[in-house]
Design a binder for this molecule. Structure first.
Ligand code: ADP
Ligand code: ASP
Ligand code: MG
Length: 410
């Protein structure tokens, strides 16, 4: 007998048939004598629609009201799954974030989980009741609903697994594990039996959406055993099912590059003819951070006439706020103009083996040059190299790199 958390993403609960399918899976785990908590996402497409409505009404909408709107998708699926389970004769009860409560900070739209009151859930699970928890949402100190950022149900699941001291956290999705790259772009991508927390963290942070970045961070810190697997495959779970996220020393063969990721969620901003003197970068990035805009890649060029061009990337959703912040600086710093380019993509190669192997970046640059893809910005970390390119070349770049690093399945 084990205590498990099962998380089902948007496509796994996309309609009533799929919710019935999820209920049958949960029923099987209960029949094995396990104590089960389930975390659900909204039906696929629903959160996008809710976000669109907020943005259409007002691009600079109040983040508290955004959360009140976008959290509703998960309320629907948690109730529906509880009904489907009851219909199968499985005792079940739905839980919204505020009912548990799952406490977060007040960073609306991207709140961080601070504490989960697990006592009542554990008591009921011991008595045989399945807890169906609405993912993605929590409660701030002022008793307002918060959401955890896009893809946040993964984080709800891992945090719940830690709070309930679960033996397993199974993340059911629409692919059967973590691959060397997105299998929808590269059909020859290979499924990884295991991936190190650190690699998964880096891949997630540069765009691999199969797990939200914070969920991996939390799993690593709390030693939660996370398995990514398909909700559409009906074979019993064994050691080969899906992908296990594990400590680096559990992985015997370490590849130099283990995965390739891409993200189309960023936009490029160039501030032209910025005075080249101390304190200017601090003013620009200070103003952006005051507007809660995260900056990712940054380049600054030297120029001869005492001014410089500064290029950086921000989340596409943050563009209106970045624009406002920079417009507000115009009188303070006398810069030339601000240019925006939303049609960019960041492509990254990730692998812990990079620490001890040279030449990873040059292989990347040659492979992109062979396809005549221009690199606009470069950034690196110990186990990652990222480049910014025109969005139209994303798939071509990912495929070329997958081949260049010898990752194609034979
Ligand atoms: P869910 O709704 O279940 O949370 P997501 O859409 O958030 O599912 O994540 C699953 C998707 O992640 C897959 O459909 C796949 O297209 C994408 N993906 C991107 N990179 C990878 C990768 N390296 N391995 C597996 N899936 C990936
Ligand atoms: N429904 C939310 C989203 O689409 C959370 C999730 O699916 O994990 O971002
Ligand atoms: Mg997801």
């Amino acid at each position: 007998m084990a205590r498990i958390v099962m998380k089902f993403g948007g496509t796994s609960v996309a309609d009533l048939d799929r919710i019935r399918n999820v209920a049958r899976r949960v029923q099987r785990e209960v029949a094995h004598g396990n104590q089960v908590a389930v975390v659900v996402s909204a039906m696929s497409g629903v959160t996008n629609q809710l976000v669109r409505w907020c943005t259409e009404l007002s691009p600079m909408h109040d983040a508290r009201e955004y959360d009140a709107v976008v959290a509703t998708g998960e309320q629907v699926t948690s109730g529906l799954l509880a009904i489907a389970l009851q219909d199968l004769g499985v005792e079940a009860r739905s839980w919204q974030g505020w009912q548990i409560p799952l406490r977060t900070d007040t960073a609306h739209g991207k709140a961080r989980i601070q504490n989960i009151e697990g006592g009542e859930l554990i008591r009921r699970m011991r008595a045989g009741q399945v807890a169906v928890v609405a993912g993605f949402q929590g409660l701030a100190v002022d008793n307002r609903i918060t959401t955890l950022g896009r893809g946040g149900s993964d984080t709800s699941a891992v945090a719940l697994a830690a709070a309930l001291k679960a033996d397993r956290c199974d993340i059911y999705t629409d692919v059967d594990g973590v691959y060397t790259t997105d299998p929808r772009i590269v059909p020859r991508a290979k499924k990884l039996a295991k991936i190190a927390y650190e690699e998964m963290l880096e891949l997630a942070s540069v765009g691999t959406k199969v797990l939200q970045t914070r969920s991996v961070e939390l799993a690593m810190n709390e030693s939660v055993r996370v398995r990514v697997l398909s909700s559409f495959q009906d074979t019993p779970i064994d050691e080969n099912t899906g992908t296990l996220v594990v400590d680096e020393d559990e992985i015997v063969e370490k590849e130099t590059v283990s995965g390739i990721a891409y993200s189309r969620d960023e936009a490029k901003i160039t501030v032209r003819r910025v005075p080249d003197r101390p304190g200017i970068a601090a003013s620009i990035f200070g103003a952006l951070s005051e507007q809660n805009v995260n900056v990712d890649m940054i380049v600054q060029n030297i120029s001869a006439d005492g001014t410089t061009d500064m290029t950086f990337t921000v989340g596409k959703a943050d563009l209106p706020r970045a624009r406002t912040a920079l417009a507000g600086l115009r009188t303070l710093i006398n810069y030339g103009e601000m240019l925006e380019d939303p049609d960019v993509a960041k492509v990254s190669v990730v692998g812990v083996g990079m620490r001890s192997h040279a030449g990873v970046a040059s292989t990347m640059f040659s492979a992109l040059a062979d396809k005549a893809i221009n690199i606009q910005v470069i950034s690196t970390s110990e186990i990652k190299v990222s480049v910014l390119i025109a969005a139209e070349y994303t798939e071509l770049a990912v495929r070329a790199l997958h081949t260049a690093y010898g990752l194609d399945a034979v």
